[in-house]
Design a protein around this ligand. Sequence first.
Ligand code: ZN
Ligand code: ZN
Length: 77
Amino acid sequence: MSQTRCLWCGEPLRFIPGKGWVHQDGKLYKEVRRQHCPYCKSRKIIDKGKTGLCLNCNSTFDLYYDDHCAMPDRRSR
Ligand SMILES: [Zn+2]
Ligand SMILES: [Zn+2]
């Protein structure tokens, strides 16, 4: 059986009955870690677990955000 990959990130997808296609971590949405502060775009952020703290503007924000929904790549190859 050929592996189905996500159209957006290329990660192999898993099929969960009743739920559909999910990423390897079992989540429909791909969580992506922020590289910049969402407010001032500074890269000087520190990791506080699930939240991030910006050293530039001192704001806190969710460090991970939902980037995209799992989408099986159905292109023939
Ligand atoms: Zn993906
Ligand atoms: Zn900031």
